[in-house]
Ligand binder design. Sequence first.
Ligand SMILES: [Zn+2]
Ligand SMILES: [Zn+2]
Length: 109
Amino acid sequence: MEFCDKCGAMMVPVTSEDGTRVLKCRSCGHTRELKGNLRVSHKIKKSPRDKIVVVEDDSIPMPVTKATCPKCGNNEAYYWTVQTRRGDEGATEFYRCTRCKYTWREYGG
Ligand SMILES: [Zn+2]
Ligand SMILES: [Zn+2]
C-alpha cells in the first residue's frame, strides 16, 4: 500500500496519458512514478490476412519495341520474354504500354 507524500491519503495505480503506470492520490491528485516492473503489456494483434505487396520494379530499363497497345492504341511498348518451363514451347513475350502501362502477353512462335 502506498500513501501520498503530500496528504497521506491512499494512492491508487492509474495509467497516465502517455501510457505509463503511475500512482495517483485519490485525495489531492498528486502523482508519483510507479516503481517496479508493472508495465502494461500491449498485446499486438496480428491481422489474419497478410497483405500481399506486389512490387513492380520500374528501375530496370526495358527495351522498347513497336507494338500496338490493345487498350489505348499507343504503338510503343516495353517488352521482355519469359521462357516457359517446357523446352518445346517458345518464350512468352510480354509487352507493357509505355503510355498507359497496360501489360499483355503474346506467345512466341
Ligand atoms: Zn494526496
Ligand atoms: Zn496503352
